[in-house]
Design a protein. Structure first.
Length: 136
């Protein structure tokens, strides 16, 4: 009986690979479309961990959760990371960047950050596409 299941399980694993590949590609495109690429760390570190019948999309960048789900008001993000961002993205001189970063961090603490669900949107779109597929 177990041997009879092998071809079926292999086909299911292949379909799971196709599904996760589609979700991952769409999530990457969402990051580009939503202009969430500064240094490219979030984009470049995204990957798929594959095991038989077990797939996981991973975005290990420390701020991935803040991009996907937003950040609630109440806590300040690390000023050092923001300082580098302020220098790169806003082109603020190094001698002024820390005070600008502090003001941004304070604003984030008060207002939070809006979510950009790059991965959840990719999953929902792929689910709709796969729902309409007819498998042999």
């Amino acid at each position: 009986m177990a041997r009879d299941l092998d071809p079926l399980l292999k086909e299911i694993d292949k379909i799971m690979d196709d599904f996760v590949d589609s979700v991952f590609a769409k999530s990457q495109q969402n990051l580009v479309d939503d202009n969430k690429i500064d240094t490219g760390t979030l984009f470049k570190t995204g990957n798929i961990v594959r095991k038989f019948l077990d797939k996981e999309i991973v975005y290990p960048a420390s701020y991935a959760t803040d991009v996907e789900y937003g950040r609630m008001a109440g806590t300040m993000p690390p000023i050092d990371s923001l300082t580098k961002w302020v220098e790169r993205k806003l082109r603020v001189p190094k001698n002024e960047s820390r005070s600008v970063a502090f003001a941004i961090a304070k604003s984030i603490k008060e207002r939070g950050i809006e979510q950009t669900p790059f991965l959840r949107n990719a999953l929902e779109q792929t689910q709709l596409e796969f729902k309409n597929l007819k498998f042999k």
